[in-house]
Write a protein that binds this ligand. Structure first.
Ligand code: PBG
Length: 333
């Protein structure tokens, strides 16, 4: 047989046969988490200029925005607080004050959507005057003070109703500090920790920093986020977080780091692995679609399927509402 090496033959125009060759790359509502921004100004709703189609909104707009998404089958949400009016300081006092928009939103969300799983981002950068993710002393991150403070913030979100606390700060020992804090509050059995373990020092967070009003006022995040070229640090931080008993782990951004996703999934097959398709990836695809390079559905499905193929279990994406609409027609995708 002359074509013995041709693998893509043998009737693979038949969709069932094609699907049998696609292991574990389907997308259902369980594979999606939807990130949203909640503002400290209840009546304001504004589009994020660098992320067309994505809004930040105050409490009075949250329900009307989420109702159709929950109706389409949303399973999990990731909340970011954004403060425009509340003051910022060195310790991020308003990260967990009673006026904090996340603290205010949690009981309402739990009441409106009892079945929805709610994760809260735990970080200081939206609340510190310097815009850094930890506490700065003498121009440097103070790791010990930072993780104590992050433990306090995580506990406040957990007490207010969060199901998952998700530290994105990249401080050493953040999982232990948060677990200990949850243990003090007797919340370990109700609240999980999703660590943004392998978070790279990426330029693709630019639109998010506009959205969350959290760009650093001096220097950058290179002392605590992973150098773009380093796979070894990514592996070590995941090992560290797993050894500290994080419940779920993450690689961020997504599309440029799928080699890391595969390595981590192979090493820790039993830990659910999240991939964050970040703001810059959202914007790139948005503009590619606007320019007629790809259609949204085909382009996004190819990206999501690649993420699943690389080993991602859950994808955090601003495109969740669109994907859920497609899932209403065909499920799984
Ligand atoms: C804050 C945080 C960032 C993102 C999530 N949490 C930005 C950063 O580290 O500068 C980025 C998300 C996105 O770009 O969509 N620590």
């Amino acid at each position: 047989m002359s074509n013995i090496n041709r693998v893509i033959q043998s009737g693979y125009f038949n969709d069932t046969l094609r699907q049998w060759q696609c292991q574990n790359t389907h997308i259902t509502s369980l594979n999606l988490m939807y990130p949203i921004f909640i503002l400290d100004e209840p009546d304001v709703k504004e589009e994020i200029t660098s992320m067309p189609g994505v809004y930040r909104q105050g409490l009075n707009h949250v329900k009307s925005m989420l109702d159709p998404v929950v109706e389409s089958g949303l399973k999990s949400l990731l909340i970011f607080g954004v403060i425009n009016k509340l003051p910022k300081d060195q310790y991020g006092t308003h990260a967990d004050s009673l006026e904090n928009p996340v603290i205010q939103a949690l009981p309402l969300l739990k009441n409106w959507y009892p079945e929805l799983t709610i994760a809260c981002d735990v970080c200081l950068c939206p609340y510190t005057s310097d815009g850094h993710c930890g506490i700065i002393e003498n121009q440097l991150i103070d790791n010990g003070k930072s993780i104590n403070r992050l433990g306090e913030i995580a506990l406040s979100y957990a007490l207010a109703g969060a199901d998952i606390v998700a530290p994105s700060c990249m401080m050493d020992g953040h999982v232990t500090a948060i677990k200990q804090s949850l243990m003090k509050g007797n919340l370990l059995s109700r609240v999980s920790v999703l660590s943004y373990s392998a978070k790279f020092c990426s330029v693709f967070y630019g639109p998010f920093r506009d959205a969350a009003n959290c760009a650093p006022s001096f220097s950058n995040r290179s002392s605590y986020q992973i150098p773009v070229g380093s796979s070894s640090i990514a592996e070590r931080v995941v090992d560290r977080d797993v050894s500290e008993s994080c419940d779920m782990t993450m690689v961020k951004p997504g599309i440029m780091y799928l080699d890391i996703v595969r390595k981590i999934k192979d090493k820790h097959p039993n830990i659910p692995l999240f991939i964050y398709q970040v703001s810059g990836e959202y914007a790139m695809l948005y503009h590619a679609v606007q320019a007629g390079v790809v259609t949204l559905k085909e382009g996004l499905l190819e990206i999501l399927r690649s993420m699943r193929r690389a080993g991602g279990d859950v994808i955090i994406t601003y495109y969740t509402p669109e994907i859920l609409k497609w899932l209403k027609e065909v499920s799984p995708l």
